[in-house]
Design a protein around this ligand. Structure first.
Ligand code: PMP
Length: 354
């Protein structure tokens, strides 16, 4: 039995909240209607979807629930905006679903950066894309002033740090980062903005995102968004306390640097161990029953140093030894202290072998 208290990889995904699961269950059992149907099964499902839309709008501070479109996740939301916006430039700190498009599409460019501060585009573009919170380190990324359209991937920020949609035209977010189910996400599109569909078909989501609605998933997303909104302050206070416990323990280890930024999400802690290998620490911790990650889970498995660390000018000797711990309401003070002690021990042992 895997214990949620030992799971410190909540930036990759989170445990579904049992209250969320409970709200989802009827929609997988008796209330199985297609939300587009005219009969009572369909109308009931659509009413529940619309309540979920309201809850998601409230979480991110959208004025009108109609500004929220449901997708299969933040990867799709990011692709939707960037494949349909014309030319764009994105920060070097983005999730791989954005960075890949900068590389793949002729319309994609990179925004310059100085540390965590992102500069204005070096060419004329229709849209800039700058995430709210970086997934590898939890740093809050500052956005340049820009007169065109602005997209922000708020996946690692929604329900975790205060989000302002001021100056934002499009925002991507995802359910499974906030104790909701996987495979469902949202795109905020400010009233009056337009975007051609990425997916064509039956014309669901006001003609802009086709495909039978994932009713149970959407309802779970709404339930998770409501909990994240209601428990915002208490969750933050809880993870801040755990983070401090871990930081203090690891500060005793030589040759470690904490990758905190002045403006930081308390849900993530990134540490770099000089001349160690992040993956080795992850494997050693796994053997002791702890889940942590080396950089971002989406890019782990690759042997190259994370482009985010490279963009920040972190040298190879430090970058390779980077691990990420990401916290949730399921972790406890005791589990955080025990995990930190084990990580410190593993690091010391590996350092002695160097
Ligand atoms: N953006 C960010 C910042 C993320 O952390 C993730 C998940 N790792 C994604 C996008 C992709 O989200 P999803 O898994 O919902 O496609």
């Amino acid at each position: 039995m895997l214990e949620p208290v030992r799971y410190f990889d909540n930036g990759a995904t989170t445990r579904i909240d049992p209250r969320v699961l409970e709200e989802m269950m009827p929609w997988l059992r008796e209330d199985f209607g297609n939300a587009s149907s005219m009969h009572i099964w369909g109308r009931k499902a659509m009413a529940a979807v619309d309540e979920a839309r309201e809850r998601c709008a409230t979480l991110i501070g959208a004025e009108d629930p109609e500004e929220i479109f449901f997708t299969s996740g933040a990867t799709e939301s990011n692709n939707w905006v960037l494949q349909r916006c014309g030319s764009f430039a994105a920060s070097p700190f983005e999730h791989s679903s954005v960075r890949a498009l900068v590389e793949e599409l002729p319309e994609g460019h990179r925004l310059p950066n100085s540390g965590w501060s992102v500069g204005t585009p070096e060419q004329s573009v229709d849209l800039i894309s700058v995430m709210a919170v970086n997934s590898e380190m939890g740093c809050i990324v500052s956005r340049p002033k820009f007169s065109g359209l602005v997209h922000s991937d708020v996946t690692q920020g929604a329900g975790k740090v205060p989000i302002s949609l001021e100056g934002i035209d499009y925002a991507s977010f995802s359910s499974h980062k906030m104790s909701g189910p996987k495979g469902v996400g949202g795109l905020y599109m400010k009233s009056g903005r337009e975007l051609e569909p990425l997916i064509y078909g039956g014309g669901q989501e006001r003609g802009l995102r086709s495909g039978t609605l994932n009713v149970s998933g959407i309802i779970g997303f709404g339930a998770a968004a409501k909990l994240a909104h209601d428990d915002f302050e208490s969750n933050r206070a809880h993870v801040s306390e755990l983070r401090n416990i871990v930081k203090q323990e690891l500060a005793q280890v030589p040759d470690v640097r904490c990758n905190d930024h002045v403006d930081q999400s308390p849900f993530t802690l990134s540490l770099s161990f000089y001349k160690l290998v992040g993956e080795t620490l992850v494997i050693e911790m796994d053997a002791r029953g702890w889940a942590i990650s080396a950089g971002s889970a989406c890019s782990s498995g690759s042997q190259t140093v994370s482009p985010v660390l490279v963009s920040l000018g972190i040298t190879d000797d430090w970058a390779r030894g980077t691990v990420r711990m990401s916290f949730s309401k399921w972790n406890t003070k005791e589990s955080a202290a025990a995990m930190a002690k084990d990580l410190a021990e593993c690091a010391r042992r590996l350092q002695s072998l160097n």
